[in-house]
Ligand binder design. Structure first.
Ligand code: CYC
Length: 203
């Protein structure tokens, strides 16, 4: 019998892993969209699905400004996915991880710090597409521009790439403090790194 849940996780990880760029959008609408690169890369030394994310400006590819570890897990009836988000306790120790395998391999479970309230709930929306949003509760607190905000975010994933919208809101006034004022970011997957996903994740 095929394991439906693990196939769902596998498909999600396969679509996500790679190098995604919003170059076209940044080129067409430069005042509103910086050119950003998202790199999602399997960390095959973990026994459960675990991905490195580096987010950076295309003009400064070796200095990502946001580095996270994402762990997609089966959720509920195993027909949906919950992505646990982690930060690195000492990000400076792992500079260049997305490009250097030895640096990636040094990322151990003890190096991770779970971001409370910042899990992402993802469900399939078609044969090979997914939609997701931050978990309910407005508990994903992000300190930014000197203000405490909560994150509200949604995204869509398809074989072509992904669209995302991350915005932070003031805890008391609920006004938007940061994030796109011009709608979703549109990323195309320019490199597919799904072959780096180890088969033992699905065994
Ligand atoms: C934050 N983006 C976040 C957070 C989540 C996500 C959960 C809050 C936790 C954190 O601090 O990292 C998004 N997590 C996701 C998504 C998935 C997931 C989409 C599904 C795979 O598991 N984000 C973008 C844009 C860009 C952006 C390209 C422009 C708005 O996708 C920015 N995201 C962004 C920023 C933060 C954030 C600036 C706040 C964290 C910080 O300031 O470092």
């Amino acid at each position: 019998m095929p394991q439906v849940g693990s196939e769902l996780l596998q498909q999600f990880c396969s679509l996500l892993t790679g190098r995604h760029s919003n170059q076209q959008q940044a080129f067409e609408n430069p005042p509103f969209f910086a050119h950003i690169i998202l790199k999602y890369r399997a960390l095959p030394h973990f026994s459960t699905p675990t991905l490195l994310l580096e987010q950076g400006y295309a003009v400064d590819p070796n200095q990502p400004y946001r580095v996270r570890i994402l762990r997609p897990t089966l959720h509920g009836e195993t027909t949906s996915i919950r992505v646990i988000n982690f930060r690195l306790k000492e990000p400076q120790r792992f500079q260049g991880a997305s490009e250097v395998r030895a640096v990636r391999n040094a990322i151990a479970e003890t190096a991770l710090d779970a971001l409370e309230g910042c899990a992402y709930d993802v469900t399939p929306s078609g044969p090979s597409t997914f939609v997701g949003a931050t978990e309910p509760g407005c508990r994903c607190i992000v300190h930014r521009n000197g203000v405490d905000t909560y994150l509200k975010s949604h995204f869509q994933l398809s074989p072509e790439g992904m669209t995302t919208l991350d915005r932070g809101y003031d805890l008391t006034t609920h006004q938007r403090i940061w994030g796109s004022v011009a709608g979703d970011f549109h990323f195309h997957r320019e490199e597919d790194w799904s072959e780096e996903i180890p088969p033992q994740w699905w065994a």
